[in-house]
Design a protein around this ligand. Structure first.
Ligand code: HEM
Length: 81
């Protein structure tokens, strides 16, 4: 069996974050940067899987189970750019 194509930050992960997400989180991390997202991946995953982020009050829908699983898989694969 051929190895599955690894998930890529630019193709699969970066589009999960909206402009609002990036702008509001800029003080603590850069959600548009692979290195920053990979460094904070555990905290980011916890925040989206729990529904704490993005905050319900900002009007964005919470991440689906698929989005959370894609993010976790990208992290576990080593965070390809
Ligand atoms: C390490 C994980 C994170 C921490 C500790 C964190 C913390 C915070 C805090 C303290 C605020 C301001 C207070 C609030 O509105 O609740 C905030 C706002 C916000 N965060 Fe996060 N955040 C994290 C990850 C994320 C992620 C992954 C997203 C998007 C998927 C996100 C999207 C937002 C948005 C859109 C706001 C603005 C809400 C508004 O002003 O209406 N955050 N975050």
């Amino acid at each position: 069996m051929p190895a599955p194509t690894p998930l890529s930050f630019d193709r699969d992960i970066r589009p999960l974050f909206t402009g609002m997400d990036i702008a509001h989180m800029k003080k603590s991390m850069d959600l548009s940067s692979r290195d920053s997202v990979f460094r904070h991946a555990d905290a980011i995953y916890q925040s989206v899987v729990s529904g704490h982020m993005p905050p319900a009050s900002c009007g964005e829908p919470r991440w689906t189970a698929d989005m959370c699983a894609t993010f976790k898989q990208w992290q576990e694969q080593g965070g390809a750019p």
